[in-house]
Design a protein around this ligand. Sequence first.
Ligand code: UT7
Length: 312
Amino acid sequence: MTKAGILGMGRSLGDQVVTNLDFEQRLDTTDEWIRTRTGIEERRIASEQIDSSHMAFEAAKEALQQADTSPEELDLIIVATVTPDMAFPSVSAIIQEQLGASNAAAMDISAACAGFIYGIVTAQQFIENGAYKKILVVGVEKLSKITDMNDRNTAVLFGDGAGAAVLGPVSDDKGILAFELGADGTGGMHIHLQDEFLYMNGREVFKFAVRQMGESALGVIEKAGLTKEDVDFLVPHQANIRIMEASRERLDLPPEKMATTVKKYGNTSASSIPVAMVEELNNGKIKDGDVLVLVGFGAGLVWGAVALRWGR
Ligand code: UT7
């Protein structure tokens, strides 16, 4: 059977740096509260004229380059986002045109912060059954356009960005080893879009996330026929350092074996996992042959995890 893996990745972040001190000036909050409760120090917010498709396009270009893949080779573009430029056309169709990916089908998927995981698992199915060879998966979010910047409960948490991966066939010992996807719609009210803004019951989401991230990470390791000791690097959804630390501890991993970009970029939803992966690839922390566990959760409520062996 053909194995599907990641051939190359790229990312793009909001162009403006907004620090905790900036929020201190405008809201009833402090740098100390934000840092200690979330681990966030600053985030990137995209200017008004930059929409999700712009960031998705930039990240996709870089991923194609890293994957030595031309746009024409793409069979499918999947964009995971809850903040598309508009309801339709989809972000995937917009960037299909911009990239010149004339042979690619295009669809957006909505799985909030677990969107990138849902995207790569979807791509994996098409590649492993032989229907498609090369698939671009982008997680992108411009959460700033649905965040009430006067609400301290949410304004300080989020950032804008895009992360992209080109998936294709890899050698038998590399690529995606196992996945787990799940949903519990009964928790839907805990994060939802009401009128124009995102509403969140932080405490409930926190409890769910701590439980589910650990369960999913352990579940996917078992499905891959591995043990905790086999895991080289954990890439959790970058929502809150306290949730991430709880997952890391469930896997008995030392701090240096977990991606942590939440400090610099905040929670960038569907883009947080691929953005963190690019950062850690650039830092030399993800190496050929490493076993990675990616795990995310988000509005829905939904969750997903993937175990993969890095490399082609
Ligand atoms: O990608 C998925 C999306 N969401 C998440 O991952 C979020 C998951 N939840 C969290 O990360 C945390 O629950 C938060 C960071 C949102 C909140 O942290 P917490 O430790 O759960 O705080 P809390 O909700 O228990 O609130 C403690 C207090 C409250 O005041 P009272 O009611 O105790 O008087 C809040 O009003 O902190 C207050 N608070 C703030 N204070 C200063 C909430 N936001 C702020 C703020 N600055 N920015």
